[in-house]
Design a protein around this ligand. Sequence first.
Ligand code: ADP
Ligand code: ASP
Ligand code: MG
Length: 279
Amino acid sequence: MATKVVKFGGSSLADAKQIQKAAAIIKADPQRRYVVPSAPGKRFSKDIKVTDMLYTCYDLAEQGLDFSDALQAIRERYNDIITGLGMTFSLDDEFEEIAANFKKRAGKDYAASRGEYLNGKVIAAYLGFPFVDAAEVIFFQPDGSLNDEKTESVLRERLSTLEHAVVPGFYGCGADGYVKTFSRGGSDVTGSIVAGAVKASLYENWTDVSGCLVTDPRIVKNPEVIHTITYMELRELAYMGASVLHEDAIFPVRKAGIPINIRNTNRPEDDGTMIVEST
Ligand code: ADP
Ligand code: ASP
Ligand code: MG
């Protein structure tokens, strides 16, 4: 059976209702075996992404200030999700550990990565899929770049034993053994790495627009969706400021000859954009 890797962005997983949409998409196709979630994003335009809440919270911890209210606000976001999904699932142990690690100054990257880590735990439990901590399968070099050889072999071996898995996006293990993140938007990169490692037939990137648009929808109203685009054309679009995908998400799938399909979690009936080598 062909395998698809599906990555869901922050707005696609911002609350229980969005996670239910993502779960329905995953369950609709048995080829969708490996899931890469982002941290919960914005539920409305003035909302704050969990990743940003974590950075702010850790800033307080680093300055030796009381961060309990800031951490409690993050906890409430997850509790709302868990209740909204009708689950009896607790993140109490995880939050206790996070608080202790913040006190020990575990690092800004560790702090930010907890958004994906916790969302991954919730989503894995909701789907009934095993959770694979990205810190155990994604590795960086001392210079901060991806250790692609080690990552590919460890990831491939680990996932070969699992029919399904949830691998949180955005982070991995630094050369010093501490958690390290990609740059912002980096869950796209994790999805691409997972797709490359399992030799997926397709990397589906689920977001809040129906594909790659001819211009930035935040600037021009209702721009047209591009049905098919090459990796090269996408890069040109990105140079002009169109940022639907992290630029480092291209290489791992392109190298393996895997197309990317940008899809809309809120309109799964739309075909989205296929990103391919050549048309
Ligand atoms: P996610 O949280 O799912 O990773 P992002 O916010 O990173 O989503 O990327 C999707 C957003 O990119 C869209 O909501 C849109 O506002 C913005 N965007 C900018 N330029 C483009 C473009 N040319 N095509 C599509 N989306 C674009
Ligand atoms: N949550 C991280 C960010 O906000 C990574 C991602 O969403 O891809 O940048
Ligand atoms: Mg993104």
